[in-house]
Write a protein that binds this ligand. Structure first.
Ligand code: ADP
Length: 398
């Protein structure tokens, strides 16, 4: 059985075709500049590639280009799209409505649309992807929504509520929803498997550190708390995002510079974080290089990010009254050995000990703590597409 996984952005479309017999990726690809011009880069698992520029005024034409790449191009992997059993969609915001994945129906489409108020940058784009899929592939093929937020729906109210007047929660559903749920779910399941234990019996902290970053505390097999909040801006410092800060710093700056809420959103989401502090780049590799060459602001950005990660991990250890396993994933989590080492050094009081040689590894699934360590530490490369494909298969098999 083959599952087609879609991650639609406003002007881009990422996809994978996965054979669920062996969970092998048959091909992956990316359509870019949708609505502007149109470009597809498609790669088959055996290395064949198809790259083309073709007009993509909307996501529908992008899917037509994908069908051509999949079934007719020099890098084709199937004869007809009829071989695909279902389509799984990444949907960023499921609000308080969705605590799991579900088959997409007209009601679900309406919910995704309405939840756009809580995720204006993502849900409308995700919805465009679903609608274009229905237009291109018809109504017969099952389509499944896999929400980034649903894993976090188990959080208790004491964790997800903000200490604002209660009416804002009642009137506008302002609360913490979290993000990266598919990734936290995937790597925490994997940790339980590697530990050979029931997930309910271990306390896990998952650190998803990429362009966007979040840390989640998992207790009794479910999410207890997570660092991202109402939107993916909360938590700790990321490539271009602030993470948590005193809101009055923002009202102060807004008054000084006569800024609108939209200006504040832009500054906090796109101009801050590692980029904002270092003035160098949003990419940790560039910033580390600048720091090594003596750039003090670059070093400060690195130090701040690591310190903030340590504080989140520490707070979640307190929230769970302990931790059995810590996981690093995402581009930074999987590749940045120094960051992992620095975070783990702050936890030696727990009897946590890492093996520096094992920690020197990049992007490979490995336990990096020593046999004597009281807390097990892992690098687990995340695979959100596979998680979406698995959930899609589970839903259509019901
Ligand atoms: P996204 O959140 O967009 O999926 P990724 O998970 O791919 O992003 O993470 C991207 C980030 O990973 C880059 O911005 C870069 O900072 C970081 N990264 C990748 N490789 C390394 C490395 N070797 N050392 C440090 N950081 C790295």
């Amino acid at each position: 059985m083959k599952i087609f996984v879609v991650n639609a952005g406003s002007s881009s479309l990422k996809y994978q075709l996965i054979d669920m017999e062996n969970e092998q990726v048959l091909c992956k690809g990316l359509c870019e500049r949708i609505g502007v011009s149109g470009e597809i880069t498609h790669k088959a698992a055996d290395g064949r590639e198809y790259v083309a520029e073709t007009a993509m005024p909307t996501h529908s034409e992008a899917f037509e280009a994908v069908v051509y790449a999949l079934t007719k191009s020099d890098a084709k992997v199937i004869d007809s799209f009829d071989e695909v059993s279902a389509i799984g969609h990444r949907i960023v915001q499921g609000g308080s409505i969705y605590n799991g994945s579900c088959l997409i129906t007209p009601e679900v489409l309406k919910d995704i649309d309405e939840l756009g108020a809580l995720a204006p940058l993502h849900n409308p784009a995700n919805l465009l992807g679903v609608k274009a899929c229905i237009k291109t592939f018809g109504e017969e093929i099952p389509q499944v929504a896999v929400f980034d937020t649903s894993f976090h729906q188990t959080m208790p109210a004491k964790a997800y509520m903000f200490a604002l007047p209660y009416k804002y929660f009642e009137e506008y559903q302002v609360r913490k929803y979290g993000a990266h749920g598919t990734s936290h779910h995937f790597v925490s399941d994997r940790v339980a498997a590697l530990e050979g234990k029931d997930k309910k019996d271990i306390k896990i902290i998952t650190c998803h550190l990429g362009n966007g970053c979040s840390i989640t505390a998992i207790k009794d097999g479910v999410c207890l708390d997570t660092s991202m909040g109402f939107t993916p801006l909360d938590g700790f410092m990321m490539g271009t995002r602030t993470g948590t800060l005193d809101p009055s710093a923002l009202t102060f700056i807004a008054e000084k510079e006569n800024l609108s809420p939209a200006d504040i959103n832009r500054i906090c989401n796109k101009e801050s974080g590692v980029l904002g502090v270092s003035g160098v780049s949003n990419d940790n590799r560039d910033v580390a290089e600048a720091a090594a060459n003596g750039n003090e602001r670059a070093q400060l950005a690195i130090d701040m990010q690591r310190y903030q990660i340590i504080k989140f991990v520490g707070s979640y250890i307190a929230a769970m009254n302990g931790v059995d396993a810590i996981v690093f994933t995402g581009g930074i989590g999987e590749n940045d050995a120094k960051l992992r080492e620095t975070v783990c050094e702050s936890l030696t009081y727990l009897g946590l000990e890492i093996d520096k040689e094992k920690n020197a590894v990049r992007g490979k699934e490995i336990k990096i703590s020593t046999d004597n360590s009281k807390v097990n530490v892992y690098i687990i490369p995340t695979n959100e597409e596979l998680a979406i494909a698995r959930d899609t298969l589970r839903i259509i098999s019901k």
